[in-house]
Design a protein around this ligand. Structure first.
Ligand SMILES: [Zn+2]
Length: 139
C-alpha cells in the first residue's frame, strides 16, 4: 500500500475536530468535509459528528518526516475505518510501529500536532490510539 504523506500534512488543518459532513438527500458520510455530495450531487450537506472509534485498514511507518515533525519520528500514519464507515487518515500514537496490525481497534485522542517555534502557535488535533481497555484484553 502507499499513503500520500504530503497530503496527510496538507489536510491536517481540517483535523481539529472529528466533524464530517452528511448528505441529507442520500445519507452519504464524508471526511474531510465536502461542498457537494460526490454520490448524488446534492449541496444539502450538514455537519456530522463522526464516530471516535474504528479499526486500522492499512498503515505506513514514517521514519523521515517533513520539517517541524521530526520529533515524532518514527511514527505510524494509518487509514482508519470508523464505526460509521468513514475512512480517515491519522497518526497512530501510544503504540510501537511493529505492534500495529490490520484490523486493530483504535480510538480518537486529542493531541498536540505541531509547534511553531517562531510564532508560538501550537496546533492540536485528533490522533488515534489503541483503546485503553484493549491493553488489558491482550492476553
Ligand atoms: Zn448525496
Amino acid at each position: 500500500m502507499s499513503l500520500s504523506v504530503p497530503r496527510y500534512w496538507r489536510e491536517i488543518r481540517y483535523r481539529y475536530r472529528l466533524i464530517g459532513e452528511r448528505c441529507t438527500r442520500c445519507g452519504g458520510l464524508y471526511y474531510p468535509r465536502r461542498a457537494i455530495c460526490p454520490r448524488c450531487g446534492s449541496r444539502e450537506l450538514e455537519e456530522y459528528q463522526l464516530s471516535d472509534r474504528g479499526r486500522i485498514v492499512s498503515w505506513t511507518v514514517i521514519r523521515n518526516p517533513p520539517k517541524d515533525y521530526e520529533r515524532f519520528a518514527p511514527y505510524v500514519v494509518a487509514l482508519v475505518e470508523l464505526e460509521d464507515g468513514v475512512k480517515i487518515l491519522s497518526q497512530i500514537v501510544d503504540v510501537e510501529p511493529e505492534e500495529v496490525k490490520a484490523g486493530m481497534r483504535v480510538e480518537a485522542t486529542f493531541r498536540k500536532i505541531r509547534e511553531d517555534g517562531t510564532s508560538g502557535i501550537i496546533e492540536y488535533g485528533y490522533k488515534f490510539r489503541p483503546p485503553i481497555e484493549s491493553k488489558q484484553d491482550l492476553s
